[in-house]
Every structure is written in C-alpha cells, then in structure tokens.
Write a protein that binds this ligand. Sequence first.
Ligand code: T46
Length: 134
Amino acid sequence: MKIKLIDFTIMGDERGSLIALEENHNVPFDVKRVYYIFGTKKDVRRGYHAHRDLKQLAICTSGSCKFLLDDGQNKQHIELNSPTHGLLIEGLVWREMYDFSEDCVLMVLADNYYTANDYIRDYEQFLQEVAYDS
Ligand code: T46
C-alpha cells in the first residue's frame, strides 16, 4: 500500500516546540493546496473515497483521529495523534476517517488543486480501477 508515516524533526527549546514543513524536503512533493478539517461531530465518519492521482500528507496538528486505508487487497487502520508525524498517502487508496477527538484539527497538504474528477466515491468503481491499474 502506498502509505508512509513521516516523523518530523522538532525544533524545541525551553519555550516549547516548533515543526517546519518544507516542500520537497520533509514534505515529499510540491505543495499546491492545504486544507484542514476541524469541529468534526462525534461519531462522524468521513472520506469514503480514493484519489486517482493525488499525493497527500495528513497531520493531526491537534487531537487525534483514525484512518482506515484500503488498497483493494489489504486494509490498515492508523491513528494520528501527534503533530510530530504525518501520514503520506499516494496511489489508489480508499480512505475513511473516524474517531475524531473533539479538539481534532486534521491538516492535509496536497500536491494538486481540488479536482472533483479526481475522486472515486464508489467502492465498486474503486475496485475496478485498482484491477485495471495492476
Ligand atoms: C481526503 C480526505 C483526507 C473543496 O471545495 N476543496 C477542497 O480542497 C476539499 C478537500 C474539499 N472541498 C469541498 C468538497 C466538499 O463539498 O469541501 C466539501 C467537503 O469535502 P469532502 O466531503 O471531500 O471531505 P472528506 O473529509 O470526506 O475528504 C477530505 C478530502 O476531500 C479528501 O481529498 O483525502 O479529506
């Protein structure tokens, strides 16, 4: 599955901590877009899609949430609960996000602008495109 956890270097001193994100350094792509998800209601599950051609790096800058990731053959659950690491997702990966804490701020960096056509929102269609891709 084309996913990876990236640990960020913390620049800490007696005042606290700081993390810098730099494109093509610790963010392994050109960053065209940043969005963040917050104020997610209890028991909400979001996502339910894959992307045809998009690299994304998801970071919980506050609180926690979980990802279900599925490449059509294997499923994996990953919890993001620290601003010190990010989840890189690329390729055809179905994702669902759930168990958002009340204070969760999920920030996502992406290598392209928002394009509705890049989304596969039907799971059967996703499986067909995975089969065609391999
Ligand atoms: C993803 C997961 C992790 C925009 O207009 N521009 C944007 O850049 C985005 C991301 C969304 N939107 C609109 C489209 C919908 O009307 O905002 C609304 C909510 O988006 P969506 O239902 O796709 O949100 P999630 O939480 O299901 O998925 C989002 C991203 O869309 C997706 O790329 O990988 O977060």
